[in-house]
Design a binder for this molecule. Sequence first.
Ligand SMILES: C[S@@+](CC[C@H](N)C(=O)[O-])C[C@H]1O[C@@H](n2cnc3c(N)ncnc32)[C@H](O)[C@@H]1O
Length: 224
Amino acid sequence: MDYFLMYLGIAAFLGLLTHYSFKFLKHKSLYPFMPFKYNFRRRRDTFAKTLQLLSERNAKNIVETGTSRNGLSATRGDGAGTFVFGKWAMENNAKLFSVDINESAVKECSVEVKNQELQDTVTVVLDDSLQFLDAFEETVDFLYLDSYDYCRVDTDIQLKSQEHHLKEFMAIESQLHKDTIVLIDDCGLPGGGKGKTVVPYMEQKGWEVLIDAYQILLVHQESL
Ligand SMILES: C[S@@+](CC[C@H](N)C(=O)[O-])C[C@H]1O[C@@H](n2cnc3c(N)ncnc32)[C@H](O)[C@@H]1O
């Protein structure tokens, strides 16, 4: 009986150890830039490379389409880009504009912007991204395309999302320069993801893919 309990205890311990080891290995943090508890999963490596490029290229103006509608709690789901790049912008004397067509997304994000004390750095705008980008007069040093929600199964939504992201790029293209960094979210998905139509267009215009993963990261070949 004593042996039975001992073996049971060891099995339970090993089970827990395996469980937490797997959890630890799947936890992709941006520590020390962001607290360790935030798991950025499939976006961690592209976010990390983008943050490195932002510093190297001394970015000052950041534009994001599609705002962090669930605040900072959705690092695993939506990515919480507004807060990752907003924090970088605050620490580096830059500005971030995040545009969203959905009123509650803008409200939710604005509350978290205040919680994070980013209100002097991050401007959350309620507008259609195409209209906003078309009217944007400053140059853009980092463009993060992540609006029109993509769907894994509905091909009609997939096409509309892909077309929308191409239109977004075309609407702001004249404000980009040779050192601009472009990141496109939700690309590694069935049907090609948000980047399927815009990336070939960009490549024709001299943009080069640096990372092709769940997100696609591009810079202009003249900057390499
Ligand atoms: C995936 S979420 C953005 C996530 C955010 N970038 C992040 O990193 O947490 C997509 C957002 O795009 C917004 N959206 C959809 N169509 C849009 C449009 N035409 N213009 C602006 N925003 C749009 C949605 O309202 C939604 O909040």
